[in-house]
Design a protein around this ligand. Sequence first.
Ligand code: FAD
Length: 459
Amino acid sequence: MLGFANRGLKKFLSSTVTSSTFQSSRTSLFRQSNGLRAFGSSLSRFYSSESQDLGERESDQFDVVIVGAGPSGLSAAIRLKQLAQQANTDLRVCVVEKGAEVGSHILSGAVIQPTALNELIPDWKEKGAPLNTPVTDDKFYVLTENHSIRLPTPRFMHNEGNYIISLGNFIKWMGQQAEELGVEIYPGFAASEVLYDEKGNVNGIATSDMGIGKDGKPTSHFTRGMELRAKCTLFAEGCRGSLTKQLMKKFDLNKNCEPQTYGLGIKELWQIDPSKHKPGLAIHTVGFPLDMKTYGGTFAYHLEDNLMAIGLVIGLDYTNPYLNPYQEFQKFKLHPLLKPMLEGATCLQYGARTINEGGLQSIPDLVVPGGALVGCSAGFVNVPKIKGSHNAMKTGMLAAESVFEELQKDKDASAITIASYPQKVRDSWVWKDLYEVRNYRPAFHWGFIPWFIFGAIEI
Ligand SMILES: Cc1cc2nc3c(=O)[nH]c(=O)nc-3n(C[C@H](O)[C@H](O)[C@H](O)COP(=O)(O)OP(=O)(O)OC[C@H]3O[C@@H](n4cnc5c(N)ncnc54)[C@H](O)[C@@H]3O)c2cc1C
């Protein structure tokens, strides 16, 4: 196995962030609206057309490169290192993360089903994993404009054994576990290009060039991106990852599945009045503020430290062109169910992200020569549960196991293809998790009431 000293790479990568101004402007660019993103991508297209003049990129070689330090990417990295330790061998595993810190691009406040975590790090409690608030009360409501009708919580929304957590803190902890095992994690670096070898195998990624001025020309802070080559590259970018989209197109990975569909999730973290805080309470609602033709629902989770995460998920197939998801979320906050909880409260964080809603029918081909998709890059969200972290973690672990098997078979291979990974996923509880709920989201095409009845009876 490769055992290069990583100091050179660390030095190189840290030297690229000496300009804090640039880094913060770059980080904030990720948070901007779609319009600005479109501007950013056209700038990079303009820029990359000139980049041949900028000299060779430095390159480093790994056994495995993982794009994205979310639940799936870090689980894959940890599992790889665990397997290497068990086999008394070494593997060089690198994770690149575009957020300025591990966990900084993860939306806080989530209910996690710890199934995969129990398998990956069985002694997570002793190791201080920040799962401090078990769900103690599940409430499900149908909302009208002024009223809330409490109904029995549907089976798939039951949260016994689950925890309300800050997913960002959990991911930071996962990052520490990975680093303790020897995974090399580089936050602050976006993978911007998939690299291929001469046979067409995926062969790693390149990080973006940095220090580009408004005019598209290199500034004094300019640093060329770096090539991170690997025998296998795992794409753990989350929903609608940019490199994943390139792979989907190039290898036609959607040819055997339905097109992916998406929702938009808006989430806010509030510090609320301690007298109103009920740690362990998980609330889900359907109905108001959305109309009968618009798929979606809301949630409110009471975490530790008087924190409450609230959010709205809305299917992006809504037909009303005037619908404004954020305005709908505001209406939810003013509803009599929620308004009293928010009185005197302070909003600490907010964010929005897309979420896969296609479910089992939209799982693409998972493997390309030299690489694979894991977690929400492929779309393993259980839609009615509004949970994807457990499946993201498990698919990362399964991909890691396939990678390790292949690496053991041929230690000199320059690229490996993990053909056993899709079957491992099919044989796992992830498949069962998605199979059970496969018709829940499609049933909404019948309209709210038939969908609601179907959900109550079938799922
Ligand atoms: C509003 C909302 C609420 C949710 N609530 C829950 C919940 O309560 N429970 C639950 O289990 N799940 C929930 N989910 C789903 C859950 O967040 C995802 O299923 C899970 O985070 C997927 O993990 P992942 O590792 O595949 O991707 P992500 O968590 O999206 O992580 C991907 C990481 O890769 C990085 N990245 C992406 N592209 C690049 C690149 N090119 N270069 C470098 N880095 C890159 C990103 O910055 C990010 O850190 C929710 C989702 C949303 C949107």
